[in-house]
Design a protein around this ligand. Sequence first.
Ligand code: NAP
Length: 282
Amino acid sequence: MKIGILGLGLIGGSLGLDLRSLGHTVLGVSRQAKTCSIAQERGVVDHASIDLALLNQAELIFVCTPIAALASTVGHLLPYLHPDTILTDVGSVKLAIVEAIAPLWPNFVPGHPMAGTAETGIEAAQTQLFRGNPYVLTPTATTPAPAIAQVTALVKSLGATLYQCSPQAHDRAVAWISHLPVMVSASLIAACLQEPDSETLKLATQLASSGFRDTSRVGGGNPELGRMMAEYNQPELLRSLLRYRQSLDQIIAQIQAQEWSTLEQLLQQTQQARPEFLRTEE
Ligand code: NAP
């Protein structure tokens, strides 16, 4: 299959590497000529260009630009598309993207791979990024079934676990498990930086180990992506953040009141619940 990728960064580049290894011909378009040459050198794409016209041969195109650029990128792409070309995106929010792109191109299947790293750009692209991870499609009532079937087959061939839900349900759920953790992790790092004693702060940075590495990872990722999550999923993220603040207040109150057994009960509940969030399903 001839597959186009628009936006050769972490996600677009990683898709290119896997799709090529599956035998597809991958045509890549990105903003910078340098990115295109790196993509070709690294074997991410068969051909790359800064010219959108390259994508007029593609049967299916993954749009992998930053959230704020997704709709405008598709707008610029429209003159180069055949009527039966399938578009899919990888944006981390869905309702705003679906509302902006579906009216432009009916053959559009919104998607979101639940996989990433703290790095950005073509240099960060890696093989097997999606294997074993969830990949959610958020079609609407008007999304054509054959287009959903094509994207489904491709996503499954990447080794990802496919889910389907409405854009609204997606945005509410990912607020909890993706967007809220970014803000919680960022606020953890920001709180540590408020330590007024420089010697204590220095010692804390020296002693930080696996626990801090795990809890600070997503707060130390791409700032532009974190901002977009907040900007484009504001109501759902606020809903989660406010409930999170209640949980934090509850823990503070228990510690202040020295209710150690109540605190331990809460920690038992969270210990039991955590594996539910980390299940891998086929
Ligand atoms: P990224 O590494 O910064 O890649 C985006 C690439 O898009 C950039 O390398 C840039 O390439 C290109 N680009 C930027 N603006 C463009 C434009 N106007 N036209 C054409 N190309 C443009 O970001 P990413 O992490 O791959 O994220 C891309 C998308 O994936 C976002 O929509 C994000 O929500 C989604 N996503 C990210 C993650 C994650 O954890 N990172 C996970 C799931 C989904 P040049 O070098 O050519 O400028």
